[in-house]
Ligand binder design. Structure first.
Ligand code: BGC
Length: 755
């Protein structure tokens, strides 16, 4: 009973709203839920903790074995993978008309980068460095999702990721803690809006708690072993930022942390998340994660169910173990019913916060779906997001293209439609995505363009066999690889410039898509070499879900454009960028290594005792430089930007002072364009070692050709804090460096002292 009271008290933690309003709101909710729970049987309470997946077809839900009965018996708290007004209404009616207490269901879904209108994959969205835009995409996704009957999205994923072998780097914001935290907040605000009871608001779910992005060797679902310092400094802040922003739900992760699986980790889910951070929402497990605790080797079915619940997982996603085990545990006096009550209360509170007890259908209507889904406004936003996500990695004056040029478009992705919306594009319909080729023909009907496929997207039959059952739709061309290359070479020879579209198919990144070799597929490399041998300038256009190793491409291609999987409007955005209607402005949020052997490679590294130099006994490789191929923050424009020296408001500051850092940025090229100026700091001496650079700010500046603007960053004492030798979050007096520049590898520098 003690535990119940302690955590119940923490449920009343005030966030956001004025304390009095919040308290009276909570009191009303508490009274309602108390009354409801007083009527519930133990089975019904456990039922609220059950979260099965239910597929559906256009005419309605296809109920998994026995789920219909379970809903009627009150043994389901929420479902996921069911959407559309018809399908949702059908299930909600079942709960409301047939179950004893008529408790409405939650409807969850993986709305990750858009619902029906698909925006660039999250790693691409992050490359926009545009927080208001990112927030708008989440808002638009929530609007579509709710129009489709959903009230809970399994997003944002905020796992910091520094190993591009891990396929799920595509689902997150990249390697940086500070930027990742800002994006987490923008997404939560976008999804939840300012009032969860509104028709277009959903519960957001920050995931995967925690440290999933740090799995060993980039192999999905693998273990994590990490110091407390690294957790606190690097990996945990984005989840904490989401909690502080009021995220309603959290998903626990698949990985273990220092020997204890996250799904069974009481320290993580209760001591840290609830007691220390004050999270008062609901926690759900990841897919079958409780069942997987048996594979982790921490207990049998009964034991893992108890472990998961006591650790702090309120809902059991798909395992069905809560509904089969918890009652028996209570009857055997191995589990205190108060723990079940607490979890049940949190599920009911989530429903209450959404207003489901007042309006279980939340204005689900076909008319609203028709009006809101994929409307002109959303498609415009998708185009804007796609344009801004594209990163120009290299350009030897080959871009922008000119419509009058004779251009050969070559490669398996010129006409590709299947891959454009990327992975985790849930309800997105790839057949509605605009291909590059279609956009090109629409924009330049009287053109001098030629096309050759050049190669299959993949030739490796073993890999194709793994990807096709999951929707890859890879069909090999009837021609031999040599015939396709010959055609491509002939087409290239006849052109002024060649534009080669290659990359990963969508299934090569995402969940369960780790790769040990992150170069382009071998057959695509063969095509690029043949094109290069023609002597024509080759522009490389990439579609992929992770940083790739592109050393040869960098050395041999005239320009390289990273388009990620840019979503429903990919084709329009790529056309605009290639022809200069949109001047590229994206910047990488994850380092591109030269070689897989450098991984993990990230900009905010430590100096070491023997920083790299010409000397033999220093920290480096014999065969390659330490530096990345493309650094964090890198991204070119068709214009160039010059940075003045940095002016500081003071060179010595007290802990109570703010510091202003000012630079003038000049557009020194021929095109108007947008620059993202980045601010980094380095604490030169500390009680513990500090990274050589840490991002602490950025500003986006639009400059016409020739124009200059002066921008000022303000640093507060908070920006200089870190976990000291005693794990106290504080500043230490001493010397600092401050950098401002166009990427983490290209900055101006100034120095100041903190007294
Ligand atoms: C993924 C989650 C996802 C869940 C539900 C899991 O396999 O790890 O990110 O939300 O499935 O689809």
């Amino acid at each position: 009973m003690k535990l119940y009271k302690v955590v119940l008290a923490s449920c009343l933690v005030v966030s956001g709203l004025g304390a009095t309003a919040q308290t009276s709101k909570n009191a009303k909710m508490d009274a309602y839920i108390k009354g409801l729970m007083a009527k519930m049987t133990l089975d019904e309470k456990i039922g609220q903790l059950n979260l099965p997946s239910i597929g559906f077809d256009v005419t309605g839900p296809i109920l998994s074995q026995g789920v219909e009965e379970k809903i009627e018996q009150g043994l389901v708290g929420g479902v996921f993978n069911t959407y559309t007004p018809v399908a949702v209404r059908k299930l909600q009616e079942l709960a409301l008309k047939k179950s004893r207490l008529k408790i409405p269901l939650l409807f969850g879904y993986d709305v990750i980068h858009g619902h029906r209108t698909i925006f660039p994959i999250p790693l691409g969205l992050a490359a926009t460095w545009d927080l208001p835009l990112i927030q708008k995409t989440a808002r638009a996704a929530a609007d579509e999702a709710t129009a489709d009957g959903l009230n809970w999205v399994f997003s944002p994923m905020v796992d910091i990721a520094r190993d591009p072998r891990w396929g799920r780097v595509s689902e997150g914001s990249g390697e940086d803690t500070w930027l990742g935290s800002k994006i987490a907040v923008a997404m939560v605000k976008g999804y939840q809006g300012n009032d969860l009871r509104k028709d277009d608001a959903v519960l957001a779910c920050v995931k995967h708690f925690a440290l999933y992005g740090a799995i060993e060797s980039g192999r999905d679902y693998n273990v994590v072993d990490m110091s407390e310092r690294k957790m606190m400094e690097t990996y945990l802040p984005p989840y904490k930022a989401a909690v502080d922003a009021g995220v309603a739900t959290v998903m626990s992760s698949f990985n273990e942390i220092n020997g204890v699986p996250a799904a069974a980790n009481h320290w993580l889910l209760t001591d840290l998340l609830r007691k220390k951070w004050g999270f008062n929402g609901m926690v759900a497990t990841d897919y079958t994660a409780i069942m997987e605790l048996m594979n982790h080797g921490v207990g049998d079915a009964a034991e893992v169910s108890k472990l998961a619940l006591v650790a702090g997982n309120d809902m059991d996603m798909v395992s069905d173990l809560y509904i089969t085990q918890l009652k028996k545990l209570v009857q055997a006096k191995k589990l205190d019913v108060a723990v079940i009550d607490l979890a049940c209360r949190r599920v009911l509170e989530s429903k209450y916060r959404l207003g489901l007890f007042d309006d279980p259908y939340r204005n689900i209507s076909e008319a609203r779906a028709q009006k809101n889904i994929m409307n002109a406004e959303k498609l415009d936003l998708a185009k804007q997001a796609a344009e801004k996500s594209i990163v120009l990695l290299k350009n030897d004056n080959a871009l922008p293209l000119k419509a009058g040029q004779k251009i050969a478009f070559v490669g398996p992705m010129v006409k590709d439609q299947r891959d454009l919306i990327g992975n985790w594009s849930g309800a997105g319909d790839w057949k509605k995505a605009v291909t590059f080729w279609d956009a090109l023909q629409a924009q330049y009907p009287d053109n001098n363009f030629t096309y050759a496929k050049g190669c299959n997207v993949l030739d490796n039959q073993e890999l194709i066999n793994k990807l096709n059952p999951h929707g890859a739709e890879i069909v090999l061309d009837s021609r031999t690889p040599q015939q396709m290359i010959d055609e491509a070479v002939a087409t290239a020879k006849d052109a002024d410039v060649v534009v080669a579209f290659v990359g990963e198919t969508f299934g090569m990144s995402g969940e369960a898509a780790s790769r040990s070799d992150i170069t382009l597929p071998q057959n695509q490399q063969t095509l690029l070499k043949a094109l290069r041998a023609t002597g024509k300038p080759v522009v490389l256009v990439l579609m992929n879900g992770r940083p790739l190793v592109l050393q040869w491409e960098n050395d041999n291609m005239a320009a390289i454009v990273e388009t990620w999987f840019a979503g429903t409007k990919a084709g329009d955005a790529i056309t605009d960028v290639l022809f200069g209607k949109y001047n590229p402005s994206g910047k990488l949020t994850m380092t591109f290594p030269r070689s897989v052997g450098q991984i993990p490679l990230y900009y905010s590294a430590k100096n070491t005792g023997r920083p790299m130099s010409e000397e033999k006994y220093t920290s480096k490789y014999l065969d390659i430089p330490n530096t990345p191929l493309y650094a964090f923050g890198h991204g070119l424009s068709y214009t160039t930007f010059g940075y003045s020296d940095i002016k500081l408001s003071k060179t010595t500051i007290k802990a109570t002072d703010n510091l202003q850092a000012t630079v003038t940025i000049t557009n020194t090229g021929k095109y108007d364009g947008e620059e993202t100026a980045q601010l980094y700091i380095r604490d030169m001496i500390g009680s513990v070692t500090r990274p050589v650079k840490e991002l602490k700010g950025f500003q986006k500046v639009f400059l016409k050709a020739g124009e200059s603007k002066t921008i000022t960053f303000t640093l507060t004492n908070n920006d200089l804090k870190f976990y000291d030798i005693n794990m106290k979050y504080t500043t230490e007096p001493g010397d600092f460096k401050l950098f401002i520049g166009t990427s983490s590898a290209d900055v101006k520098e100034a120095a100041f002292k903190l007294l």
